[in-house]
Every structure is written in structure tokens, then in C-alpha cells.
Design a protein around this ligand. Structure first.
Ligand SMILES: [Mg+2]
Length: 150
């Protein structure tokens, strides 16, 4: 299994271009790029690391993603734990340890899609997006290469 730790703001929405700042609004172009990403990697799952997870259930997050064009909400399996005062990378580490999943033989590889860079101890797994653009096809190509070990 491969995992994407997914941020929302600056990844599947974007702050440049046409974004109007609407509530629970995502960017369809970025979501389409996410569709392309998951279609190009086998046995892929998504864990939400965005702060959007804090006040929303997993089902709510999946329905928002589906509303804006994500075709594979069933691939979204979990959220990272909220660890007050910790950087996002530590929360991702917390997800692995909480699930006794690091290192874990069923997880072949993982990436972090985020426009921020507070991802220690996993900086080498970060694909950093541009906040104004969100997820681009160039980011997708990098992610697919990394996850598929190409
Ligand atoms: Mg962000």
C-alpha cells in the first residue's frame, strides 16, 4: 500500500487565479490533477493531514472532495491525529505510531502533498506545492515517480 498525506489549502484549493475564497470551496483543476495522480499509482490510499480535518468528520471531508470532482472518495481512509503545538510532520509521524505503522511492511511508500514545509522527520517525502497554484501536473509527475520508485 502507498499513502498520500493530503493537505487542502494550497494543494486542492489554490489562492491564485479564480479562487473566490468560498466556504469549503476546492479547485476543480487541482482535484482533477489528484484524480490523475491516484489513477497512475496502484494500491494508493489517502490520509488527510489538512487542518480541515479538525472540525470535520472523515465522511464530510470525502463528500466535499467528491462535490468538487474527486472520483475516488473511497480511497480516503483516515485523518492524521491532532497533536496540539506539534508541526505537521510530527502529526504524520503520530499517525504511523498510533497505528503501529512505522516502519510497517504493508506500507511500501508514502508522500506528503503540502504547500508548507514543516514536515520533519519526513522532509524527503514532501512534494511541496505552490500555494497560489495548488497541485499541478508537474507535482503529479514527481509524486508518481516517487511512489512508483521510478
Ligand atoms: Mg496548506
Amino acid at each position: 500500500m502507498k499513502i498520500i498525506f493530503l493537505d487542502f489549502d494550497g494543494v486542492i484549493n489554490s489562492f491564485g487565479g479564480d479562487w473566490q475564497g468560498g466556504f469549503e470551496e476546492l479547485d476543480r483543476k487541482c482535484i482533477e490533477n489528484l484524480n490523475i495522480l491516484v489513477e497512475r499509482v496502484s494500491d494508493i490510499k489517502i490520509v488527510i493531514s489538512s487542518t480541515w480535518r479538525i472540525l470535520r468528520s472523515l465522511d464530510k471531508l470525502k463528500s466535499i472532495m467528491a462535490k468538487w470532482g474527486f472520483k475516488y472518495p473511497e480511497l480516503v481512509i483516515d485523518k492524521t491525529p491532532r497533536l496540539a503545538g506539534e508541526e505537521r510532520g510530527r502529526e504524520i509521524f503520530g499517525w504511523f505510531t498510533r497505528n503501529n505503522k512505522f516502519p510497517n511492511p504493508i506500507i511500501d511508500n508514502f508522500i506528503i502533498l503540502d504547500d508548507d514545509s514543516d514536515m520533519e522527520p519526513f522532509m524527503n517525502h514532501l512534494i511541496q506545492t505552490d500555494t497560489d497554484k495548488g497541485l499541478t501536473i508537474e507535482d503529479v509527475n514527481k509524486a508518481v515517480q516517487f511512489l512508483n520508485g521510478e
